[in-house]
Design a protein around this ligand. Structure first.
Ligand code: NAD
Ligand code: UD1
Length: 335
């Protein structure tokens, strides 16, 4: 299949490009590199020994998107391009609503124009809000407390409405839990700008002595040890889920959770990271981060039954691969 990957130079997109190319598909990437670098595409080509056609364009530019479609006969689109920082979205709501929703609408419109029937969309577990865990696809969505989350809810609804009026337009919404880790080559991984907001890259930078200690946001949650519980999933497992979602013939709108189904607390993740690397992670407790929920993990039965997909990589592999990428950035030592 020939697949258009928007945001393919980003964290999840680049790993998915590897999985798609390794499964024998051809890949075209569009990305304006606002949160990534062109060299990532070259690294993906180096890892897979395959070529990617790359267009440096903004997906909210309808004319440019039309031009890309007119040069190819895509079998499907995977739409990763978007802004993703929750805190930033509170301060820059218009940027988030504009970029994340307009990009989805333009891509869907151009897909229809060119007869592209398959649309895979990057959603997030954040759409479940404060539902009761484990989160299951049939749950009613609850408010997400931030514009980023709202863009995911709205994009899902727009795509579902389009699938409703045209059964042959197949939409697959993938709700990611917490993607972490990196490709085992150590060549690509997550590259947060400045001080990381998310736990795993923060731990990696503490381990690398770029940051002094981890601040654990709250130890008074009603969880196994008082710290927040999340469903961490290896980025390559997530990437492989996209390949199966793209290959599966489905009609209408379909939603799948992509997670492991296992909840891990902050302290448990620190323990796993220390075990995987032999390094000590110093931490202190600070107050809860506004907007955080106590627990978030998936019911993963639907993806297993319908996509034949399960996450295979362990928490230790997630930590080990994160660390390999972290040190490869500095070329300080080998694992
Ligand atoms: P990322 O920032 O690493 O990748 C996004 C890519 O899209 C970047 O390369 C960026 O340059 C590009 N981009 C953004 N706006 C664009 C535009 N208008 N035109 C062209 N390119 C544009 O983010 P990621 O972690 O790879 O996330 C990919 C998708 O998955 C996003 O939609 C995000 O909201 C969603 N998601 C991510 C997570 C996570 O934890 N990383 C969790 C749930 C959902
Ligand atoms: C974040 C996003 C969420 C997104 C998800 C998936 C926020 C507020 N939410 O949520 O929208 O869908 O990533 O990637 O950014 N923690 C610490 N110290 C830190 C960082 C995190 O204790 O320095 C804790 C958090 O309180 C939480 C856990 O670690 O309990 C995981 O945090 P994080 O990696 O930011 O992910 P999410 O909170 O799930």
């Amino acid at each position: 299949m020939e697949i258009l990957v928007t945001g393919g130079a980003g964290y999840i997109g680049s790993h998915t490009c590897i999985a798609l190319l390794e499964a024998g598909h051809s890949v075209v990437v569009v990305d304006d590199l606002r949160n990534s670098r062109a060299e990532i595409i070259e690294k993906v080509e180096r890892i897979t020994k395959k070529k990617i056609q790359f267009y440096l364009i903004d997906v909210t530019n309808e004319v440019a998107v039309n031009e890309v479609f007119s040069n190819h006969s895509f079998d499907g689109v995977i739409h990763f391009a978007g802004l993703k920082a929750v805190g930033e979205s509170v301060n820059q709501p218009l940027d988030y609503y504009y970029n994340n929703i307009v990009s989805t609408m333009i891509l869907a419109k151009v897909c229809k124009k060119y007869g592209v029937k398959k649309f895979v969309f990057s959603s997030s577990a954040t759409v479940y809000g404060e539902n009761k865990v484990p989160f299951i696809e049939t749950m009613e969505l609850l408010p997400t407390t931030n514009p980023y989350g709202e863009t995911k809810v709205m994009s899902e609804r727009i795509l579902a409405d389009l699938a409703r009026i045209d059964e042959s337009f197949s939409v697959v919404v993938l709700r990611y839990f917490n993607p972490v880790g990196a490709h085992t080559s150590g060549l690509i991984g997550e590259l947060p700008n400045g001080i990381p907001n998310n736990l795993m890259p923060y731990i990696a930078q503490v381990a690398d002595k770029e940051l002094d200690n981890l601040k654990i946001y709250g130890n008074d949650y009603p969880t196994i040890d008082g710290t927040g519980v999340r469903d961490y999933i290896h980025i390559m497992d997530l990437a492989e889920g996209h390949v199966l979602a793209m290959e599966k013939v489905v009609e209408g709108a379909n939603i799948y959770n992509l997670g492991t189904g296992i909840g891990t607390s902050v302290l448990q993740l620190i323990g796993a990271f220390e075990k995987a690397t032999g390094l000590k992670i110093p931490y202190i407790y600070v107050k809860r981060r506004p907007g955080d929920i106590a627990e978030c993990y998936a019911n993963v039965n639907k993806a297993k039954e319908e996509l034949n997909w399960v996450a295979k990589r362990s928490l230790i592999e997630m930590c080990r691969d994160t660390w390999r990428f972290q040190i490869s950035q500095n070329k300080k030592s080998d694992l």
